[in-house]
Design a protein around this ligand. Structure first.
Ligand SMILES: C[S@@+](CC[C@H](N)C(=O)[O-])C[C@H]1O[C@@H](n2cnc3c(N)ncnc32)[C@H](O)[C@@H]1O
Length: 270
């Protein structure tokens, strides 16, 4: 089993604790993404794929806004929880375990594809990024919309932090969770191993969980190159100030032309 899948399978029951108020975050994130979808594709509802849906943070919110959403994720436990959480909120969200690099859908199945909250940077090589992006392009209709949201790694690559600020959240029942991250940078200065510590407290009694995974801190220029190389056009970066989404968002359109030489594209960004 891949270490990424294990990381998110183990985290799935606790993932919502990363947020101060998960339902409020779902609503706010969906509002911001929906505005971008509407601006590009017009009034919906649209057929949307969330290809890294996790426990459903964006997919559920977008389904609640009326879109027909399907969710897939590398983690079977996260994808299954997304389906259950959607049902508990009265919306339909078909989910499945699937790797972005091998999406189980036919060509032109979706009007828009979402891959949010730093999911693509789990792919650690140009070949894997290319596979995922060409796969997303394949399942989009002509002129369909791609939406990627990622950490602001341009800033991160300047400072190479080793311990971003902790996050604190509280359950409805008052249970507190502190999430700490420790980042160990690789010699290439681009990738880092993340140790994810979650401290959950009840009556002064703290339980600590540590989970590990790896990210590639792609700059906007690097990601733009991969997106263009996979055959997308009209690549635009949107700032949090302009969208209300808490991370930079990239939008791009599925070009209708033939793909350029893929191998050359991958080589150019190695
Ligand atoms: C930071 S989480 C974000 C999940 C969700 N979008 C959210 O905001 O709650 C990153 C997600 O990417 C998924 N992921 C990582 N690599 C993937 C891959 N190759 N294919 C599909 N999903 C992947 C993980 O399983 C995880 O659920």
């Amino acid at each position: 089993m891949s270490s990424v899948r294990r990381f998110y399978d183990e985290l799935a029951p606790d993932y919502h604790r990363i947020f101060q108020d998960w339902d409020a975050s779902m609503a706010a994130q969906a509002r911001a993404l929906d505005a971008l979808v509407g601006a590009a594709l017009g009034a919906g509802p649209h057929r949307l794929l969330d290809g890294a849906c996790g426990i459903g943070t964006q997919a559920i919110g977008l389904a609640r806004r009326g879109h027909r959403v399907a969710g897939t994720d590398l983690s079977p436990r996260a994808a299954a929880r997304a389906g259950r959480e959607a049902a508990a909120r009265g919306v339909s969200l078909p989910t499945a375990a699937a790797d972005l690099r091998a999406l189980p859908f036919g060509p032109a199945t979706f009007d828009a594809a979402v891959c949010a909250d730093n999911s693509l940077p789990h792919l650690l090589t140009p070949d894997d990024a290319h596979l995922a992006l060409t796969g997303l392009r394949r399942v989009l209709r002509d002129d369909g919309l791609l939406l990627l949201t990622v950490r602001d790694y341009d800033e991160v690559r300047r400072t190479r932090p080793t311990a971003p600020p902790p996050q604190l959240s509280k359950d409805a029942d008052g249970r507190e969770t502190i999430t700490l991250q420790l980042w160990d940078w690789h010699d290439d200065g681009e990738r880092y191993d993340l140790r994810h510590l979650q401290l959950t407290g009840e009556d002064g009694d703290w339980r600590v969980r540590e989970r590990r995974t790896t990210f590639w801190a792609l700059t906007r220029e690097q990601l733009t190159g991969f997106v263009r190389g996979a055959g997308f056009t009209e690549v635009v970066w949107h700032t949090p100030q302009s969208t209300g989404f808490y991370q930079p968002v990239l939008t791009a359109r599925r070009g209708t032309g033939q793909l350029a030489d893929s191998a050359a594209t991958v080589r150019a960004h190695r």
